[in-house]
Design a protein around this ligand. Structure first.
Ligand SMILES: C[S@@+](CC[C@H](N)C(=O)[O-])C[C@H]1O[C@@H](n2cnc3c(N)ncnc32)[C@H](O)[C@@H]1O
Length: 252
């Protein structure tokens, strides 16, 4: 049985510790949508167009770049994230870019603070690997978006997650799902507990269907030029074999 609150505390701490280093290294653009490492930007994929006047929620918004981009296009955006430090970065960036975004601290596992059927669109990029329960998360999103509303998200591709980035061999069984943790040692020698959750592609798809979503598209794109993060865990050689991201475009 997963202790959700304890996992959230670990994830929140990891992101508070990591926020400034991540934002410094990732340099995520606010000129388009970044769907993840080695993944085409949305000016190529064109998954989210015509957002003017739309009410949009970004869940797991991190540094807020997607919300800021969409706000610049005339959308009314709300961003929610667990990490205070990520939100501080997002609020400052919105000020620099001279847009208004409603950035809020909270977990995407509980969206009950928002009215039912109140958003046109929900969006998320590379945050759901931290969800202890995709079924609950997708049900929460389903409640707050309007009928016919769009829900688009990217997350690490479960096939990529099981690969060793150096040897290109499978590290562990694809069927070994659930919580995992590593102790990361950073360059300054400090130790940080990283918590995440492994899922199968079918877990994601079935959780969407169980929540009531209609899946319009599953996209598994690769672009070695796009997607800001260029860390050693994502070598181009492996990304040529398996794209690091999977994207779902769904509708209520
Ligand atoms: C890899 S970052 C991605 C951030 C942003 N979407 C982007 O593309 O840069 C993952 C983010 O998910 C957030 N997160 C993790 N678990 C969360 C939860 N339960 N509720 C809300 N945010 C969460 C983290 O705090 C972090 O900011």
């Amino acid at each position: 049985m997963i202790d959700m609150k304890r996992s959230e505390k670990d994830i929140e701490k990891w992101w508070n510790d990591n926020a400034s280093g991540f934002q410094r290294d990732a340099k995520i653009s606010t000129k388009t949508i970044n769907w993840g490492v080695h993944t085409p930007y949305d000016n190529k994929l064109k998954l989210l167009t015509n957002v003017k006047g739309k009410k949009i929620i970004e869940v797991g918004c991190g540094g807020g770049q997607i919300s800021i981009f969409l706000a610049k296009k005339g959308a009314n955006c709300t961003g929610i994230d667990l990490s205070e430090k990520e939100l501080d970065y997002a609020k400052n960036l919105a000020k620099i870019e001279k847009v208004n975004v409603n950035f809020l601290k909270g977990s995407f596992q509980d969206l009950s603070r928002f009215k039912k059927n109140s958003f046109d669109i929900a969006v998320s990029s590379w945050a759901f690997q931290y969800s202890p329960n995709l079924n609950k998360l997708f049900k929460e999103v389903y409640k707050i978006i309007k009928p016919n509303g769009i829900f688009i998200f990217s997350m690490p591709h479960p096939f990529y997650e099981i690969m060793d980035s150096k040897t290109h061999k499978i590290k562990y069984s694809y069927f070994k799902t659930g919580r995992y943790e590593n102790i990361d040692v950073w360059q300054d020698g400090s130790k940080h507990k990283f918590v995440g959750f492994h899922v199968k592609v079918s877990d994601i798809y079935n959780a969407l269907i169980d929540a009531g979503f209609y899946v319009e598209k599953i996209i598994e794109p690769v672009s070695l030029k796009d997607g800001s993060v260029k860390w050693e865990d994502f070598p181009k050689e492996l990304s040529k074999l398996i794209g690091p991201s999977i994207i779902f475009k769904t509708r209520k």
